[in-house]
Design a binder for this molecule. Structure first.
Ligand code: MF3
Ligand code: CO
Length: 302
């Protein structure tokens, strides 16, 4: 029998014997902890599937740290939800996020991330994502807006986003917002260990297509928890049985960007960040962060 595995953060590949301590940090012997798990992973890899590296599988202690970060992330968005409305500028939303993040002893993951200038993303109507808060962008009755918040607390990263409807919005816009929320729940229901990210992605895509929408292909979700953006990259237009195998301890986002019209997008050339629908149609996105468990998933941030 092969008894070789690799220590988590070790630079050197080390042989792990049956009686050595498991790489996961449980304090148990390898043979009674992750040996069977590693053999199962190896069989998927041998069958040609993408399998997660150990380093992206969170330990119990790391999951607890991410949970604590996520609680703050949720509370920041709760604050936004209590105060957002017509006449509010997206800069004010950024100010709130800065204030609440500081109050919680946390930091915003977006601020300075690859040069991103603000602590939150605010994407209005035909903006697909990465809208940059500005004093000039005032929310008006009928707008739909995504507020995407990423929080670092005690070194652990949480990331979620919500849609807000400003005052009365048109029935089709409201339906888009609600349907995309449902699309995330459809994705969640497809998260099961030892199935594939493509099973989840295709469930999201099929649901959105059935409602007459299109899902953005170029931008997806991501692993998150220790770093802001980790492996895997997560598509919501993928095919069943493809993409990375989902296994317990994997932590990633479900955050489809869904357009009412065509799927094509373009980037704002001036700011180099904001993405718009090419046809000017509305776009909506909700984002949850989850960890895969032994029998499904746990939502960490929403
Ligand atoms: N929550 C978004 C994401 O997961 C935030 C993007 S951050 C930005 O990708 F800095 F790139 F805008
Ligand atoms: Co994200």
């Amino acid at each position: 029998m092969k008894l070789v595995s690799f220590f988590r953060h070790g630079k050197d590949k080390m042989k792990l014997g049956r009686n050595d301590l498991c790489w996961c940090g449980s304090g148990k012997k390898y043979k009674t902890c992750h040996l069977g798990f590693d053999e199962k992973l190896a069989s998927f890899r041998d069958a040609g599937h993408k399998v997660p590296p150990h380093k992206i599988l969170k330990t119990r202690a790391q999951i607890e740290g991410i949970r604590e970060s996520a609680k703050r992330n949720i509370a920041i968005l709760d604050y936004v939800s209590e105060h957002i409305g017509p006449g509010i500028s997206t800069q004010e939303i950024d100010d709130w996020v800065v204030m609440k993040t500081k109050e919680f002893g946390a930091t915003a993951a977006t601020l300075g991330y690859e040069g991103y200038p603000k602590s939150v993303c605010t994407s209005i109507n035909d903006q697909v994502c990465h809208g940059i808060p500005s004093e000039e962008d005032i929310l008006m009755e009928g707008d739909i807006v995504n507020v995407d918040c990423s929080t670092i607390f005690n070194g652990f990263v949480s990331d979620s986003s919500r849609m807000f409807m400003i005052g009365e919005v048109a029935p089709d816009a409201k339906k888009l917002v609600e349907d995309v929320h449902e699309a995330v729940r459809v994705g969640l229901r497809a998260v099961k260990p030892w199935t594939f990210l493509g099973d989840m992605g295709s469930a999201v895509n099929e649901f959105c297509k059935s409602k007459g929408y299109s899902v953005v292909e170029e931008i997806g979700g991501h692993g998150v928890g220790i770093e802001f953006h980790e492996e895997p990259w997560v598509s919501y237009v993928s095919k069943p049985g493809t993409e990375m195998l989902m296994v317990p301890g994997m932590c990633f986002t479900i955050e489809p960007m869904v357009n009412m019209g065509r799927r094509e997008i373009f980037e704002d050339e001036e700011n180099g960040w904001t993405i718009y629908t090419e046809d000017g149609s509305l776009s909506a996105q909700w984002e949850v962060q989850l960890v895969v468990t032994d029998d499904g998933y746990e939502v960490l941030a929403y």
